[in-house]
Design a binder for this molecule. Structure first.
Ligand SMILES: [Mg+2]
Length: 234
């Protein structure tokens, strides 16, 4: 089979990301301890995030606003200006955090570049995602970089149209079953899942897809061998 195009998710696939959200959520729970138990803060934050995503999109700015909203509601309006300021600074610190690459990722991209067309497909806030790509130093490995609002079937179809991708010859790799695997399988491509230790509330899933083009790797370093297997098997 002529496997020509490989799509990479960015957050928690090329670099670590979700731990920033987990650590910041712990800080929020600490700030709000005097108003409510930690599990109540967590549940309220997650519900607020899910509710707000249609208005704010995915990303740190929306998460920060959801933290402020959670704080105001959990404290029944008694949160202090100082604490709101602390929460805003936590969000800014996330935006300014250095990019921490997954081990071995440069070698993987070097091995695949040249033989395959590489696309970076990420969702979220355009400025934040673009800043992270710059900080990562990985941008030059990619033939196309696509920042989309949501990784659903329609968004992938648009990306494929823009880049002349034939989906039967497309493989997407990422840490999210709902965002990186299911829509691509539905369109007829390959979906490769590499689990990450933290899973965002909106990326959780119950069961693995039953599909002959679904694969799971433990580490991104296994990708070049899998790509070669698929290419030579077809
Ligand atoms: Mg991801």
């Amino acid at each position: 089979m002529a496997l020509l195009d490989i799509g990479f998710d960015a957050d928690d696939t090329l670099w670590h990301c979700e731990h920033l959200f987990a650590e910041t959520q712990e800080e929020l729970q600490h700030i709000l301890e005097k108003h409510a138990p930690r599990d109540e803060v967590e549940a309220k934050l997650h519900a607020t995030e899910l509710e707000n995503v249609r208005l704010f999109g995915y990303g740190i700015k929306g998460f920060t606003l959801s933290m402020v909203e959670t704080a105001v509601q959990i404290s029944q309006g008694r949160i202090t200006g100082d604490d709101v300021h602390r929460i805003l600074m936590m969000g800014k610190r996330m935006l300014e955090a250095p990019v921490d690459l997954m081990p071995g990722i440069r070698g993987v991209l070097e091995a695949l570049r040249g033989s395959y067309r590489l696309l970076l497909i990420t969702k979220g806030d355009v400025l934040d995602q673009t800043n992270k790509i710059d900080k990562s130093g990985l941008g030059d490995f990619f033939d196309a970089i696509e920042v989309v609002q949501n990784k659903d079937v329609a968004a992938y179809r648009d990306v494929f149209d823009r880049n002349g991708v034939r989906v039967r010859n497309f493989l997407m790799v990422g840490n999210s079953i709902p965002s990186d695997v299911l829509p691509v399988l539905e369109l007829g491509g390959w979906g490769v899942h590499i689990p990450y230790e933290h899973v965002a509330i909106h990326e959780r899933h119950d069961a693995d897809p039953a599909h002959d083009r679904f694969r799971r790797l433990l580490h991104i370093g296994e990708l070049p061998a899998l790509v070669e297997d698929i290419r030579t098997a077809g």
